[in-house]
Structures are given as C-alpha cells and as structure tokens.
Write a protein that binds this ligand. Sequence first.
Ligand code: ADP
Length: 501
Amino acid sequence: MYIVQIASECAPVIKAGGLGDVVYGLSRDIERRNHTLEIILPMYDCMKYDKIWNLHIAYEHLNVPWYGGTIHTSVYCGWVDGLQCFFIQPHSNDNFFNRGCYYGNNDDYMRFTFFSKAALEFLLASGKRPDIIHCHDWQTGLVPVMLFEQYSWLGMGDVRVCFTIHNFKHQGVAGKDILWATRLNNEPHFFSYDRLRDNFNPFGLNLMKGGIVYSNHVNTVSPHHAWEARYTDVSYGLGHTLDVHQSKFNGILNGIDYKTWNPEEDTHVPHHFSIDDLSGKLKNKKALRDRLLLRDEKKPIVAFIGRLDQQKGVELVHHSIYYCLRNNAQFVLLGSPTGREINEHFWREKHNLNDSPDCHLELGFDEDLAHLIYAGADMIVVPSSFEPCGLTQMIGLRYGTVPVVRGVGGLVDTVFDKDYDQFHEEEERNGYVFYQNDRPALESALERAIGLWHHYPLEFQKLQKQGMKYDYSWKRSGQEYIDLYETIRHKKEEVVEDEEK
Ligand code: ADP
C-alpha cells in the first residue's frame, strides 16, 4: 500500500507532545512492514533542522490557490531517520510557519487551513496518488473535506482517508473566511449541522468535525477513550457527531517506538539496563541526582513529565510535589507550561523550592533530560483529568519506572493496579491507579507506591519487572492500522464493483 501521513508534528524533528511521537513511531512501523510511506509537514522555522538528512527542494513552484490568487510555495524533501518527509514552505507575508513556535497564534486555524490546502495541492501537482491519506487532529481536518469536495473531481477520487483524533479539546473552530480562502465557495452547504457547523457556535466551522464527517474512518488513540468520547463529556461537544458516525469510529491504542525508548541502548542516558539486570537504573538515578543537584538519600524519586495544562491535572501535579516531600520521597518535574497563569504559578513554585535538596522543577521542553528521568526515577505520576492515550506511563513501564495514574482514557487500558485490579492476575499488574479527581485519591495511590518502595523493596522490584514485560511497541497497533487501511481501501473497491454492475 501507499500511505501518506499529513500532520503538524513528527518527532524528533517537530515535537510538542505525543502527536509527534505517534506520527514518527507509526510511520516507522508501517515502513518496516514494507509499505510505501511519506509524511507531509509544515516547514517551521523552529524545527530541528539537524535531525533532517539531505534536505533539498523537491518542488519549487507550487502555486497554492488562496482567496482570489495563489501563494507561491516551495516543497522540500528530506529524511528523518529513514522516513521520507516533505516540508511545505509558503512564501507570503503571512509568514505562516516562521513564528518561532508550532502552535499558539491567533490565526492557527488559517495557518493549518493553508497547510492542508497546500498538502493536497502538492499531491495533485506531483502526481502522487496514495491509497490512504492518514490525517491527524484538527490541523488536518480540512484535508478530507477538500479531498471530497474539490480534489476528487481532479483525479484523486480513489484516495481514502483515515482521521485520527489525538485530543478532542482542541477542535479548530474557524469563521467563514476559511471557505473563501480555500475556495470552498458554498456557505450554506458547509454551514449545515451535518457538515462543519460547530455544534455549539452557529457562526463557527469546526475543522475537527469536518474531519469526522468526511473521512472514511475516524479513530481516537485508545479503546477506553473512544468509549468515553461517545458516552461522557470528554469529546467537548462532539459526542452527537460521533454517534451519527459511530459505524466508522473506534479506538486504537498508541504504541511507543521501541528503538527511541529502549533502556538497553538509549544514547541519552549514561547507563544501560534491562529486565534481567536493573543495576544500570540505580546508576542512572545517581546520575539524575547529580545533574539536578538532589541529595543522595534512601528515598524514591517520583517524576512528572508532560505539558503543564489543565488536562494533565496540574493541581494534582502540584499537590504530588508537596505530598512526596512530606512523605520521604523526592520529586522531579519536567513540564512545558501551556498558559500564562500556569507558567507563572510553576515559576513561583520553582523559586520557592529552589533550595530543596529533594526536589527539582525544570520548566521547558528537554528531550535529553526526559530520557534520563524515565531511566533514573522510581515512579512516574500521571494524574490527568482526561487522557486520550498517554505515552509517559508506557515509556515509564519500559524503563522500570512504576506508573501512578488516574484511571481515565488510555491509562485504563495500560496500567493495572497492583492491589485492586479485578481483571488481571497479580503477576500481570504493573502500577497504581486512582479514580477520583481529588487529593485523597492521589495520596492513597502515592502512599501505597512509596510505602512499597520503602518497606518491601523486593516486591517493588518485582512490580518494576512486571511492567517492563509489557509490550507497548507499535507491533500490535501498527497491524491494527494496516488492517484498517485495507478495510477502507476494499470498501472503495466494493463501491467500484457495484458501480460497474
Ligand atoms: P500529550 O497530551 O502532550 O500528547 P503524551 O503523554 O501523549 O502527552 O505524550 C507526551 C510526550 O511528550 C512524551 O514523549 C513525553 O516524554 C514528551 N514530553 C512532554 N513534555 C515534555 C517536556 N517538557 N520535555 C520533554 N519531553 C516532554
């Protein structure tokens, strides 16, 4: 099969969170299975150019229709760890991708509308006709819309689209200017509730909704979150749309790339280790303490790695810091703040705790430090208010770092409570789970984890190893995506056969 991924991130060259990991890991798995795979990305000024090999112009004069004219665009080609990537670079005063950041501008919806249009225009102009286009999140929600409404008439009618939703919270609600910009010139048609009209804002066009309505298949990134999206409020108003399209909606658990996240050969960490010999992990703990100036004492290190966002349960993250410090544990936080208030709050905390020998808060994005924390910490806390899949608990498991998580979304599918899980045998349990979104619940789980570390070290080590045995690589989920691509492709063939009859 010939598959093209269109996304706003791909690790390690563009990574703001899990989306980047998933586009990279899934693509590598697809390629390993001998399918042809290409990735189309924006050419941000701030991406990591040193991670791209042989970057060169692939298409110099692409004229992307935009409002009444065109935007002259170049497409670059380069390889990221063997994956062929195309980067879209528009030349206009809008400077869509020269903003020093990936997201967070007021005109994000316009930036990614342009990206979606340019990606399709590039496929059209270069004669590429993939079997499957795989789109990710609202940034690419307009791809299936334009494919069906415009490009299918231009010889791309056989291309099928899979749309993956990594986070329902961000849906990309835009005004009618996106219709003018892309020349989807039929306002009443697109402003229908059956198509793009936002379920709550009658003047808004919802790009994620467009992705759901127009794609051949839609999925979110874990089975439990797929259930939550339909039956609880975590789909942020899209529950009804998912209900209407339930026959083409499911959940596929993310994987992690086992080459990037491998304690036996991780180049970011000083000591390697495996399930058979955890001594390297202890040395990494010492290295982590040395790097962050923490004291060397008989205490576990509890870590948090992630975006500092309401979604990640920042209030409970904050509480875990003080709970651990009061209860004979150290705490390490690596967090990228997402809003001004949260940013200021954690900077204040960082100053307050600056002299603590048992705590370090690192604010910002640091891939290198993240690896060392996974390798050196004893536990990783994930107290999310909702979590479509979550990668940090899976990476933690791979590095023998016991997850302490709230039982939501993909965390339910991947972490099984040591003491209370009813569906897994004792030797299949791998962490601690709490359910209520409050401090006592968090404390009860942390207390059990820290207690086990102090009083039953051999039991704790057994739990670490049980977690390390889990296989959350792309092996299984990659196959699920391939099966899915085959299914929607064959549906196409059935349609053609029916038409021929
Ligand atoms: P998200 O909701 O942000 O996608 P995930 O748990 O799915 O959360 O994925 C988070 C990914 O981003 C993991 O690979 C994690 O290690 C990484 N990550 C998150 N925050 C940081 C940070 N501040 N520095 C380095 N890596 C980070």
